[in-house]
Ligand binder design. Structure first.
Ligand SMILES: [Zn+2]
Length: 150
């Protein structure tokens, strides 16, 4: 079965493909897409995939992703594919990979950490383990599970 539920192609924007089935909604959450977001967005769930069985796909019109957003998506949907669409064509396609380090995008859950004080210090984590993801704060040196920091 190669048939896929067809959704209108987007002219310009972003398609995140090969998201493990069930995680598409989380990808939207991580991107802050919800109430008040006005770009046309499609979430396709449980699409048959030869590579991974079932997958979710997210399509967002007129949105380009920032590096920080891609890194955040990588934490929950590693190995997803990130497509940049311009004028109905895929102009860039790459696999989303978990970075070795994350800067400035997640808050340290430790209330006593210096990154949560009034000092102008950006939180910074080293990804120590990738499956499942565990991160160590570079300042207070505590180790966290992904659910602690998201
Ligand atoms: Zn910390």
């Amino acid at each position: 079965m190669k048939e896929e539920l067809k959704v209108k192609k987007i002219k310009d924007g972003t398609v995140i493909d090969h998201i493990k089935a069930g995680l598409g909604k989380k990808v939207l959450d991580i991107l802050g897409i919800g109430d008040g977001f006005s770009n046309t967005t499609a979430l396709l769930m449980n699409v048959p995939s030869e590579k991974i069985g079932r997958k979710d796909i997210v399509k967002i019109e007129n949105k380009t992703l920032k590096k920080e957003e891609v890194d955040k998506i990588a934490l929950i949907a590693p190995n997803a594919t990130w497509n940049v669409i311009k004028d109905f064509k895929v102009v860039r396609k790459s696999r989303i990979e978990i970075p070795d380090m994350l800067e400035g995008i997640l808050k340290c859950p430790n209330p006593k950490c210096i990154t949560n004080s009034n000092e102008p210090i950006k939180p910074n984590f080293i990804i120590e383990e990738k499956e499942p993801v565990r991160l160590r704060c570079n300042y207070c040196e505590r180790l966290f599970d992904l659910k602690d920091v998201l």
